[in-house]
Design a protein around this ligand. Structure first.
Ligand code: IMP
Ligand code: MG
Length: 190
């Protein structure tokens, strides 16, 4: 199951592989149900566009879309924050989408929401492209850390603890993304 031995530098498993898989299937079912309701007979004519944020959302998006049966496309966008570790920096677009969003039903897929700045920025950016609808699905919501208001339509887990998480796509200095579970980094390492 991959949770037997905790990787170096981690203090505890926060979400096991099984818990992630179960929750991702539930989210997929809920999202699929809602889009079937929105699209009705047009489900094949108007495929949803899932937009994943590089690089953290890759693993979540891969599992999420494979748990859905509605027709969809996916594409990726990359945003970077130019700041030091302590102050939130200015957000910049590093890699844009290739799929035009005009008139499309768009689902943003993100790994984790902390201050909310990243999703607020992406939401504004994508709204300018005239999608017919825009929803946000985020695997983990670090509720007490929010600084900017952003409405999350689908949330996998709400985390009340102020911990830095890694695994299942989430990284620390580029590492740990390939862990099949989500764990907390040992305090003091970050
Ligand atoms: P926000 O803009 O402050 O909401 O930060 C969101 C981004 O910061 C996410 O896309 C992640 O890349 C990163 N991030 C925030 N919290 C964590 C964490 O606990 N582990 C790994 N990355 C995180
Ligand atoms: Mg990110």
């Amino acid at each position: 199951m991959g949770n037997g031995r905790l990787a170096k530098g981690l203090s505890r498993v926060v979400f096991t592989t099984e818990a992630l898989q179960r929750r991702v299937r539930e989210l997929a079912a809920e999202i699929e149900h809602d889009y079937r309701e929105l699209l009705g007979e047009e489900v094949w004519e108007r495929p949803v566009v899932a937009v994943g944020l590089l690089r953290g959302a890759v693993i979540f998006l891969a599992d999420l879309v494979r748990a859905m049966e509605i027709p969809l496309e996916y594409d990726f966008i990359s945003i970077s924050s130019y700041g030091d570790q302590t102050a939130p920096g200015e957000l910049k677009l590093i890699k844009d989408l290739e799929v035009p969003l005009e008139g499309r039903d768009v689902l943003i897929v993100e790994d984790i929401t902390d201050t909310g700045r990243t999703l607020a920025y992406i939401r504004e950016l994508l709204l300018q492209r005239g999608p017919r609808s825009l929803r946000i699905c985020c695997l983990i919501d670090k509720v007490p850390r929010r600084e900017v208001e952003v409405e999350l339509d689908y949330v996998g887990f709400r985390l009340e603890e102020d911990e830095f998480l890694v695994g299942y796509g989430l990284d620390y200095a580029g590492l740990y993304r390939n862990l099949p579970y989500v764990a907390a980094l040992k305090p003091g390492l970050k």
